[in-house]
Design a protein around this ligand. Structure first.
Ligand code: PMP
Ligand code: GLU
Length: 396
């Protein structure tokens, strides 16, 4: 048989989705496992949003839509960006796709020529790395240490830029670290990108999940020059607990939006029509549920971080957004736990799943091999039980 595509064959399976599938299978097999794997809100989609989806089906809104989404949804996105960030976009600058993951993918496909370099601050979300390669690009990883609050500096960015640099992926608040770049930090990073004319894929999907009273700064809002180079990625999955509806969107300059729309017209055709109506209801409708969920996440974060730091052998810094905590396992390296020698996060996460019955995500594929990610998008009871299990697992 002839060989398969080299690019496709090199793609690794998504660790987050693989762990989630393993956890769900163990649960289905009757095993008492607790999952801190996939970053997916445990809340149900709010009722008024579900109703809009049901109504769309009842109204036979079940046909193809324009490839980059329906106009009312694009208009709602523009209204939201005007209201929340003072950013003016036209509907022709909005591209709706089948999940924000798909928006990132399409943005990279549209920006990159083979061999183009993409700056990727680490720790990074596992899918970025693979998607850059899938688009023929070369990931250039810039590491932000835990001591630096997992944030890169403008001089680190500057040092990584070469004549081949096409863009940077800037995820704020970050998956997996949960850290948030404040306005001055965003401004300084944006200035480097403007000076070197590099595009920025600004993934802001966690923009509504900030804690300690922090305020979010959208990358495009810092200057007109930054706005011109930025493709904002956002969506409804995290803010409205709508992961399965598969709707995300981007905002960019008109030329980029047009090319992304053309690309979509030959790939997905369009996002699901009824999901677009539900997404419209989420953005246009009452926003109280967003705050209720945010407060629940903040409470869980506080408990998780405080208690984790009392457990000998592990530690974490306090994340300021999203719903992830990065647990350092550095002190455990070289130790043997339940008969398994721990070299890195992969070893720890498999031992913890097998002997502790807790699913977490090793950050080996996230550019942080000595960290394990806990998603606290799960109930407080699960968080308490998960930490009890961690204590027992490490004590034996
Ligand atoms: N960006 C980041 C940083 C994420 O964590 C996720 C979560 N899957 C996504 C994008 C994609 O979200 P979705 O495709 O569900 O809209
Ligand atoms: N973004 C989430 C995570 O990191 C969902 C799973 C995925 O799409 O990777 O867990």
């Amino acid at each position: 048989m002839k060989e398969l595509s080299h690019i496709a064959s090199a793609v690794q399976a998504s660790t987050t989705l693989a762990i989630d599938a393993m956890y769900k299978q163990m649960k289905a097999d009757g095993i008492d496992v607790i999952g801190f794997g996939a970053g997916e809100p445990d809340f149900n989609t709010p009722d008024h949003i579900k109703q809009a989806g049901i109504q769309a089906i009842e109204d036979n809104f079940t046909k193809y839509t324009p490839a980059s989404g329906i106009l009312p949804l694009k208009e709602a996105v523009c209204r939201r960006f005007q209201k929340d960030f003072g950013l003016e976009y036209k509907p022709s600058q909005v591209v709706v796709a089948s999940g924000a993951k798909h928006n990132v993918y399409v943005a990279l496909q549209v920006l990159l020529n083979p061999g183009d370099e993409v700056i990727l601050p680490a720790p990074y979300w596992v899918s970025y790395y693979e998607m850059i390669k899938m688009a023929g690009g070369v990931p250039v990883v810039v590491t932000a240490t835990e001591d630096a609050g997992f944030k890169i500096t403008p001089s680190q960015l500057e040092a990584a830029i070469t004549p081949k640099t096409k863009c940077m992926i800037f995820n704020n608040p970050s998956n997996p670290t949960g850290m948030v770049y404040g306005e001055e930090e965003v401004r300084a990073i944006a200035q480097v990108c403007v000076d070197h004319e590099i595009y920025v894929i600004a993934d802001e999907i966690y923009d509504c999940l900030l804690y300690d009273g922090l305020k979010f700064t959208s990358f495009a809002s810092v200057s007109p020059e930054a706005k011109e180079l930025t493709i904002i990625i956002n969506g409804v999955s995290k803010t409205y607990a709508m992961t399965g509806w598969r709707v995300g969107y981007s905002l960019s300059n008109e030329k980029l939006a047009k090319v992304m729309g053309n690309y979509l017209s030959h790939s997905t055709g369009a996002p699901a029509s009824m999901s677009q109506k539900a997404a419209l209801a989420s953005i246009d409708g009452p926003q109280e549920t967003v705050e209720t969920m945010r407060q629940a996440f903040e409470e869980r974060r506080n408990y998780l971080v405080e208690r984790m730091n009392t457990i000998p052998g592990v530690s974490c810094i306090k994340p300021e957004g999203a719903f992830y905590v990065m647990m350092s396992i550095e002190q455990l390296v070289g130790k043997t736990l339940h008969g398994m020698e721990i070299h890195d996060a992969d070893d720890f996460a498999s031992a913890f799943l097998k002997y502790g019955l807790v699913a977490t995500v090793p950050c080996t594929g996230f550019g942080a091999p000595l960290f394990v990610r806990w998603s606290y998008a799960t109930s407080m009871d699960n968080i308490k039980e998960g930490l009890d299990r961690l204590e027992r697992f490490l004590a034996e």
